[in-house]
Design a protein around this ligand. Sequence first.
Ligand code: CP
Length: 386
Amino acid sequence: MTLPENRCKKLWRFTQLKLGNHPNDTSNYELTRLASIILKISQGTLLDFVGNHIISVNQFERADVERIFSVADAMRPYAMRERITRVLEGAIVSNMFFEPSTRTRVSFGSAFNLLGGEVRETTEVKASSLAKGESLYDTARVLSGYSDVIVMRHPESGSVAEFAEASRVPVINGGDGPNEHPSQALLDLYTMREELRNKGRNIDGFGIALIGDLKFGRAVHSLCKLLGLFENIRLHLVSPPGLELPEEIVAELKQRHEVESFNALEDGLHDVDILYVTRTQEERFPSQEEANRYRGLFRINQSIYTEHCKPNTVIMHPLPRDSRAQAQELDDDLNQNPNLAIFRQTDNGVLVRMALFALVLDVVDEAHNHAQPVTWHTAKRHHQLG
Ligand code: CP
């Protein structure tokens, strides 16, 4: 059975109106909720984003990912400063980052600002009362009284889920130890879709080499799970011995895709459309001595790229790349290579994070009703993003 989306939208708007006119009639809440579910089914999406936590990519079906991407597309004029919207005026996000971050923290904050909301930040455990022994439960109970939504990064796997259980407002996982980084995986996949589309291709059937520390890299773990929603991808898993992708993720990938593993860098670069390079996650190793064994082992520079990759292979990296002389998994000499997509990834991060906020706080349709023209000079940014 197919449900026409425009009629489902009408039904949903009708129930909203009824709810507005008779707010004390609880049956109207039930009706609105039912209409909202029918609308989502008509849009082919299964996840009810509104008011829900985003903790793991396991929450998503393919239709949910496509829904996020279509909302991200709609956010482009605001991120490009062609228009502004104040749809989240008065709303507050708490950005709780208990591990170092540049991109995730600032782009979540910028995304919220671009929707008109305000950002409160706590960085480092030592600047919070967690340092005095306060539990995640208490911290979540307190902070959810101060915010409409919370973004959290924490060094322990499962910590954000534990925090979310106690929170009274939606929580978005900004990275929990080596476990998951869902918004990074979404923006990576969004970028892959854009890069492939520019070459007349799509995600189904493409080839990708995942390179580097596949054991501890949470971004690559989340990305692999998302790739599991697509069809017939050719994956090269290229990592030094000891830093291979966890077996359970490999097994999942093999259910739908063609997977080959390589321990030598040069062996795995051929015949793919995208290189996805990752940093050695030194902070996750049991000791610095052990991490040092891997530093600089896999380096991609322009001459390796020219020798081993097919022309126009896209180069991606979740960043930060390690630019110390001994590391350099992605050499600066690739900076002028037009196939280097790393800063297109970071720009896309704002779109995808705006989409997550808009979906979770239920302002997707309203964002455009609040749109206004931009009144300041923006040419440089347009050029950079274009
Ligand atoms: N990719 C990523 O998570 O970057 P940050 O650590 O700078 O947030």
